[in-house]
Design a protein. Sequence first.
Length: 201
Amino acid sequence: MNIDRRALLGGLAAATATALAGCQPAAVPLRPFPDPSFAQNGFIRLDVNEIEVVTAYRAPGIAPYVEQRFPITPERMMQRWAQERLQPTGGTLRRGRFVIEDASVRENEIARSGGLRAAFTTQQAFLYEGSLRATLEVFSASGENRDGFATATVTRSQSVTENASVADREYAAGNLLSGLMASFDAEMERQIRAYLGPFLR
């Protein structure tokens, strides 16, 4: 789904994705946007003593990766998701581990057509692709055996027009984060209920 300036300024909510400052220097961060929360969706209660949150993903920090420019990074939001949605019940020696494996956003320029028609047409200039992946593991009391796991992967992409303003791009950036996390929230819970059912309480 494409976002153009008219749609954004008209207040239409875009379903997928984002744009960072396409024509701005790579080091320019985006201004703060609403901070998503997941507590309203309730706890997923696991029969473990504790749940460790680990980040295996390392942001490259160079093009085409741009997630470091987000005021709230996808990685930070995945950490918050684990804190707000996963609850250990205690009373057991089993332990859980939530591993963030991907929390990236890539910015790629879209080739634009030339000629007379291009002068009268608003074209798409950039494509932003976000990807989230995490695994929730349950380990035995000894910690030597993995008794079960569930993995969720979600992606979203968005093209942005060449005449998009800075405000437009910031609005789209907020949509990227909220859209990715809404998809991740639903998919991670679905995977947990499908593959970690015996450990749910």
